[in-house]
Write a protein that binds this ligand. Structure first.
Ligand code: GLV
Ligand code: MN
Ligand code: MN
Length: 426
């Protein structure tokens, strides 16, 4: 190792934090333009844009003094060694893929802020007691193939072979898309990481909700990540002529769907569970102005902090869909295709993060994440911790997503201290 062991406290001063935050924001702008659409940010797993982004992020990792590599499912990594050889790593990361018409910060901010922290260490020739690794996960959102967390699942060996046959909207399979960009589908298992090589996984992410914004705080510590289920639903009725079939004779699945959606909203407004539900995709068939629909296909995304409450609410909602359908002579079917239980962040890591934020911010709000994160799958194998940074008005998954520069300036200083404390204490 070229650098001498230097264990002085790697504090980031005001000028440095401004410089780092400016670079982060410039890089965020640059990445936001790597998109399959000209007018918005849409970057999907295994696309040309994915690999282009990996190459750029890899270059930034190298400039920060890291050794880099891309793994067999397309995650991009950098490693910065500890002050002694062969130390396990604190893995910092988040994702580089986006939802369609995305914001600029979701996932990306965590990766780029982590690179600045390593850049700071490298510039000052500081190596900590643990190695620092950064991962830019290839797929968290699941936008292209409908399976989320494909990047992080490979690290924990949870990749299923059958996924290779899953298709995107253009009927391209994951296997095909992997081959197109030079990944070998027979080597996916090599993306697995040994438990002992990683000490903990830490994710810095925008909150994506309004809690910190309302509390006027730049940062907070995450206590848990809510459980989530995704269910494909179909209401099947009967087509007919829009001008001739009397209203009382129709078997219109769209009316049934509407009644059901309003029921869901009402139930959740009444409930004290903090459960939220979204119907984000809905298709109406055959889809003609003058034809009564015969089929509605939709997705239900439903999340909450307590697993038993969430399961109970789902049963209640699905029961109601059957009741409404029966009343309207319609058939209802559902199939759950995604399920995560709510998970808690590691207590020791949470306390270290909390103490450090308290020190730099004067307080430390603690909150559960309503959004899903790569940390969910990482928690299957390693202790995890998460730091949230405020986003304006809590808006996310939207081009209106915004993070203030002053919050990034504050966060980068705190983040450096958190990482230092973690390398010392865990
Ligand atoms: C990921 O962003 C999710 O929570 O859907
Ligand atoms: Mn997202
Ligand atoms: Mn995200």
């Amino acid at each position: 190792m070229k650098d001498i062991v230097n264990m002085y406290y790697p504090k980031i001063n005001n000028n440095e934090s401004i410089k780092y935050a400016t670079r982060i924001l410039n890089r965020i702008e640059k990445l936001s333009k790597i998109s399959e659409n000209k007018n918005n940010t849409t970057r999907l797993y295994l696309s040309i844009e994915h690999i282009k982004t990996n190459k750029i992020v890899e270059k930034w990792m190298k400039l920060a003094g890291m050794q880099t590599w891309q793994d067999q499912v397309g995650n991009i990594y950098g490693r910065y060694e500890a002050c002694t050889k062969k130390q396990p790593a604190i893995l910092l990361g988040s994702h580089l893929d986006t939802v369609p018409n995305a914001g600029k910060y979701d996932g990306i901010l965590g990766v780029l802020t982590s690179i600045e922290v390593v850049n700071h260490l490298n510039k000052n020739k500081i190596h900590l007691k643990k190695a620092i690794e950064i991962v830019g996960f290839a797929d968290e959102e699941g936008t292209r193939f409908g399976i989320t967390l494909l990047g992080s699942k490979a690290l924990t060996n949870k990749w299923k072979k059958k996924w290779l046959n899953y298709k995107d909207k253009n009927k391209i399979t994951i296997a095909h898309a992997m081959k197109n960009i030079g990944l070998n589908t027979n080597k996916i298992c090599l993306a697995k990481r040994n438990t002992k090589d990683i000490k903990a996984y830490i994710e810095l992410h925008i909150e994506q909700g309004p809690y910190l914004y309302k509390n006027n705080s730049s940062m907070g510590v995450v206590s848990a990540i809510n459980g989530a289920k995704r269910i494909n639903c179909t209401f099947t009725g009967e087509s007919g002529h829009a001008g001739t079939v009397p209203i009382y004779m129709r078997k219109d699945p769209l009316i049934a769907t509407s009644e059901w959606i309003l029921f869901i909203e009402n139930e959740l407004l009444k409930s004290k569970t903090k459960i939220v539900a979204t119907i984000g995709k809905i298709n109406c068939y055959p889809g003609a102005t003058n034809v009564i629909p015969n089929k509605i296909k939709l997705t239900l995304d439903i999340r909450g902090p307590k697993n038993n409450e969430l399961n109970k609410t789902i049963s209640n909602i699905l029961k109601k869909a059957k009741e409404i359908s029966k009343k309207r002579n319609i058939i209802f079917n559902s199939k759950k295709y995604y399920s995560t239980k709510s998970i808690k962040c590691n207590k020791k890591i949470k306390n270290i993060i909390k103490k450090t934020i308290n020190k730099t911010q004067g307080n430390c709000p603690s909150l559960a994440s309503g959004a899903g994160h790569d940390a969910i799958s990482m928690a299957k194998k390693w202790p995890i911790g998460m730091i949230f940074i405020r986003c304006i008005k809590g808006i996310s998954h939207s081009p209106k997503e915004k993070v203030l520069k002053k919050d990034i300036i504050k966060t980068i200083k705190t983040y450096m201290e958190i990482i230092y404390n973690l390398t010392e204490k865990i």
